[in-house]
Design a protein around this ligand. Sequence first.
Ligand code: TMP
Length: 209
Amino acid sequence: MTTDAAALFIVFEGGDGSGKSTQARLLRDWLAGQGREVVLTREPGGTELGRRLRREVLHGDDLDPRTEALLYAADRAHHVHTLVRPALARGAVVVSDRYIDSSVAYQGAGRALGGDEIRELSLWATGGLLPGLTVVLDVDAATAAGRRSRRPDRLEREPHGFHEEVRSAFLALAAADPERYVVVDSSRSREDVHAAVVAAVAPLVGVVA
Ligand code: TMP
């Protein structure tokens, strides 16, 4: 039963191959089944400009780490301004595949630019918009690498140690703010992971299981 139709911003985070896109779609379908307007989106690439930035940052020429960080922040600024905030203002649930924490983990930790500065950059870019809930899909880097099938992008080509740094950064972010994060072991079946995600989201949308 749905008792509350307040807007909600939910973000999936995790390493490449952690199952975020699948779980974001499953959650979208579950929320829609509860009668909610759901906007499923992603970073980078949730807007037309974002799709151009995504191509450059993932498949274009080599970039220095600061340029890379600024391109992700530019994508995020435009995404939040043109898509996320308007949807929240209508009372929708926005489900995003990645957000600020991906920059903190990949650019701040992986590229060693410093998590605090990278977070500040994204907070400036978004006017301080933070998710109500972040779901971290956690899987070890070797298992995640084995799940990736398409041609690897620039980040996916980084060595094992980079991906372990990224994983540790996500877990540290979650541990620092347990009220706004849930960590789900995504080495389990997609059905089990989905059930754990629903258990975390249901109370936030007023659904009594
Ligand atoms: P995706 O394959 O999950 O769509 O993500 C694209 C890649 O971009 C992935 O390797 C993670 C990386 N990324 C960052 O490095 N920083 C960011 O801020 C975001 C959103 C993604």
